[in-house]
Design a protein around this ligand. Sequence first.
Ligand code: ADP
Length: 261
Amino acid sequence: MITISNLSKFYKSGNETIAALSQINLQIQKGDIFGIIGFSGAGKSTLIRCLNRLEEPDSGRIVIGDTVITDLNEAQLRLARRKIGMIFQHFNLFDSKTVFQNVAFPLTVAGHPKDQIRDKVRELLALVGLEDKENDYPSQLSGGQKQRVGIARALVNDPDVLLSDEATSSLDPQTTYAILELLQDINRKLNLTIVLITHELDVLQHVCDHMAVIEYGRVAETGTVDKLFLNPESETARRFISIIDYYRDQRFVIEGTGAGI
Ligand code: ADP
């Protein structure tokens, strides 16, 4: 469903050229929850933002469904983006608009009829569990509730794909799991393909089916999430797993001394 071929992206910084992405090749199946994991600076954000061309790739090809995203002109890209929802670490809500107005925004600017907008927004607020918050402002909501608004807004055009750019990174662990479960629920109910970038192995383990590890702008390994844990091939995956093992061992040491945690 999503095919990324030979994708490269460079940034200029002074006299230096940084290869943020080098010859990325990936296939993501329709209906999958696909995790892209890597340490900070690995190229995850650049990769996910190339999928809807918020960043312009320097070379390579991206196909989503039947659409060659990299061949589209500006007007075609605007239409195609309606079918690619996106959620962000810092939610990107309008503080001066209510929950209802935030979710309705893409439909309002596209000039949809008011009753159609109302029905769609209410359907989505029910889906994300915020039926009773439509007149609240973002400042009245918790982080998890704000992200639920972000998710509802991302779904307002019935997208085929949802891109999640570190969407749980600023949430506490309990809220993170609730949001991940919501994403899983939406994936099943709407058969939506979700591409999720994260620097947290826990997120990948909790929600993703398949994964790619990004290291220095390259794909270091791909496969199922189970395979990553059973047989990590890349340096990045081994480091992630050793960090988890380290903290587990620390807990055993503390519990063993009766200190508790
Ligand atoms: P990640 O999301 O994995 O933290 P990024 O995709 O943000 O990584 O960044 C990949 C590399 O590209 C990093 O070396 C980063 O410093 C560089 N980079 C990202 N955006 C820009 C930019 N706008 N200008 C210059 N360098 C950038």
